[in-house]
Design a protein around this ligand. Structure first.
Ligand code: FES
Length: 170
């Protein structure tokens, strides 16, 4: 029977100006040294992440405010990393109209309530999926289902402008 003596375990928070990361730790026995993977938010990892291509997003609201201007919300994401629906949810940007808020399919591509219009930057997204082609037979080419739309392809970068709730536009 093998006995492993845990001699040292360290996971000490290390403060920087605005972030906390954890120093690498290791376990050691009398025979073996086992290194754990680095924490995901060490300065080295953050530098690595920042080198990845990014897509800037602008979300235009469907209704003008009292001053006549349309609200704009922004997000910055790593190219090819996420679906548009997830990005909007992560950034608390409203995607659904009243019905979709309570009756959406959760991103499964079966309810058709997550419609957005891509006003600019369409080439930075994946092609329409078969699900979208089925839903949008007679709709504008710029319409997409947010749950089927991947933002970026991991190599491209640029800006995408999204009109929320295009079906509300007159
Ligand atoms: S969330 Fe149902 S089709 Fe996109």
């Amino acid at each position: 029977m093998t006995t492993l003596h845990l001699v040292y375990l360290s996971l000490l928070p290390h403060k920087t100006t605005n972030q906390t990361y954890y120093k690498p730790c290791h376990l050691s026995s009398n025979r073996t040294h086992i290194r754990t993977p680095r924490a995901v938010n060490t300065p080295e990892m953050l530098q690595e992440v920042s080198k990845k291509p990014e897509i800037e997003l602008e979300f235009i609201g469907p209704k003008a405010g009292p001053d006549g201007s349309y609200p704009v919300e922004k997000a910055l994401v790593i190219s090819g990393d996420k679906l548009l629906r997830s990005i909007m949810q992560d950034n608390k940007i409203e995607l659904y109209a009243a019905y979709g808020k309570v009756m959406n399919c959760g991103g499964g591509g079966s309810c058709g309530t997550c419609i957005v219009e891509i006003s600019d930057g369409k080439d930075l997204l994946n092609e329409r999926t078969d699900t979208e082609l089925r839903y949008f037979k007679k709709k504008p080419e710029s319409w997409r289902l947010a749950c089927q739309t991947i933002v970026g392809n991991k190599e491209n970068s640029g800006k995408v402008v999204v009109q929320r709730l295009p079906q509300w536009k007159k």
